[in-house]
Design a protein around this ligand. Sequence first.
Ligand code: FPP
Length: 231
Amino acid sequence: MTDTRLAVPRHVGLIMDGNGRWAKLRHMPRSFGHNAGMNRMVGLAEHARELGIKYLTVYALSTENLASRPQEELDGLFNLFRKYFKSNVKKLLSRGAAVKIIGDLSALPKDIENLLKNGEAASPENAEFTIVFAINYGARSEILRACNIAVENGKKLDFNGFENLLYTGGIPEPDLIIRTGGEIRLSNFLAYQSAYAELYFTDLLFPDFTDAEFDKALREFSARERRFGNI
Ligand code: FPP
């Protein structure tokens, strides 16, 4: 049920941590936890859309995850991406929502790169709800990439010009970033864009992060005073 007292952020970032531990507690492989995480992500995206949130950015795979996780775990994640982009994305698009991908897709298996790009290409402009997938995403790489493009272009930039060179060009910066799983850090997620984001951390493991818990984060966000450096 929607809580009408909530201040609805325009853009929420979500660090979906704790799938592996959730599976371990159940004596199951990590892939079981990622599958539960994907199902929770689907539920939260629907909830966010119903609340009127315009952008939900989910950290699905970091550059560090891709470089260091065992191949078996990565293959499991790739299969989830295949499953999701073949079924759920179609459903989202048919309801007028959009998907966008941020990150370096060139290091992913070719079929996944194509699925992601096709989902993005089939998305409407100016959708009421956009789900942004950060896949093989790292903020440092994103910033470095933007700097290199700027150098190649040989022109000094203002903030607006620089922001347009980031993967997130055209997307408003996040108002709220939520991290599940108990760690209190951003782990290379939207480092530039989160300069004024409110941060919310919970010990809950991602598969246990219910819609009601998401609403709790929004209530805390509503109670915070955002001054953007002003008095
Ligand atoms: C971190 O938790 C989570 C990830 C590396 C993957 C998150 C991915 C999903 C929830 C699936 C997304 C699906 C699609 C289709 C985009 P962890 O496993 O490192 O948790 P741990 O800290 O308990 O080990």
